[in-house]
Design a protein around this ligand. Structure first.
Ligand code: BJW
Length: 243
């Protein structure tokens, strides 16, 4: 693939910005070997139906199937390592006064790369919570049962992720919206920009006056509105943009 040209005007804009927000999606972790959702060949939704695995109804119907699928993905994430795209965002955080990294990813790779101010909109696949809302799970013993049972109330545990039809964590969403509406530059990296409410954030940023930049090899619903579009893989484009 040819190197993506980085416009000098964008480099200057980013260097001058004091407030920067980033929205990342599965594409930034693709180069770490974590599958995206919507890639036509390798995406999770090309092989599995979201309504069978990523909804509260699916978990109620077949908790073991859902638990096992997430256990398999958790294994893959545990084996993955952060890539140059994740690391470029760590470097950016170090040089911007007010920096917010909003991620839809549940893989924890931004934190493992060293990013500090990370807002996880869709949860964290490595954590488990009680499937009964507001039941606080403490430490639980692994008895081998799948899914394991909540030690407090006996209900099945579930992965701490946000499924379709579920509300995003309120404080995380509010912080993401505030960052989007107050930043000067908003980078949208590796997301198909189709899942709401996260997909609304770049548009909200632009309405508030931010310069919106899309880093994605493929076009998305954001592409025609973005102020700059960098059509390449995050692991190459972000280090070049931030060099
Ligand atoms: C690269 C690359 C490389 C490849 N470099 N790039 C408004 C309109 C229509 C529908 C709705 C609406 N508002 C809400 C909805 C419903 C629904 C929704 O949005 N549906 C749409 C799909 C139509 N939203 C919800 O249900 C949300 N909840 C909600 O709104 O609740 C309301 C409520 C309020 C009060 C009470 C109750 C309810 C919840 C959404 C949860 C999404 N969950 C998932 C699963 C998380 C757990 C898990 O991991 O299993 O989140 S679905 C999945 O999609 C996952 C992702 O975070 C999310 C976004 O995907 P992402 O990251 O964009 O990945 P891909 O695969 O789509 O795209 C990858 C991109 O990378 C591609 O563009 C590639 O080109 C690119 N790429 N390689 C850079 N190397």
């Amino acid at each position: 693939m040819n190197a993506v040209a980085i416009p000098a005007a964008l480099v200057a804009r980013l260097r001058a910005a004091r407030r920067v927000a980033v929205l990342s999606g599965a594409g930034i972790s693709a180069e770490s070997g974590v599958p995206t959702f919507r890639d036509a060949q390798t995406g999770l939704w090309a092989r599995y139906r979201p309504e069978d695995l990523a909804t509260p109804a699916a978990f109620a119907r077949d908790p073991q199937l859902v638990w096992d699928w997430y256990a398999w993905r958790r294994e893959r994430v545990a084996q993955a390592q952060p890539n140059p795209g994740h690391r470029a965002l760590v470097a950016l955080e170090g040089r911007v006064a007010a920096f917010t990294l909003i991620t839809q990813n549940v893989d924890g790779l931004h934190r493992r790369a060293g990013s500090r101010r990370v807002i996880e909109l869709h949860g964290d696949i490595t954590r488990s919570v009680c499937s009964v809302e507001r039941c606080e799970v403490g430490a639980w013993d692994d008895t081998g049962e799948r899914p394991p049972r909540c030690p407090a109330c006996g209900a099945p545990l579930r992965p701490d992720v946000v499924w379709f039809g579920e509300a995003l964590p309120r404080a995380a969403l509010a912080a993401a919206q505030a960052a989007a509406e107050s930043c000067e530059v908003f980078l949208c990296v590796g997301t198909s920009t189709v899942v709401y409410p996260a997909a609304e954030l770049p548009f909200a940023a632009q309405r508030s006056g931010a310069c919106v930049v899309e880093v994605n090899p493929d076009a998305t619903p954001l592409s025609s509105s973005a102020d700059f579009r960098l059509p390449g893989p995050a692991g190459t484009v972000l280090p070049a943009l931030l060099a």
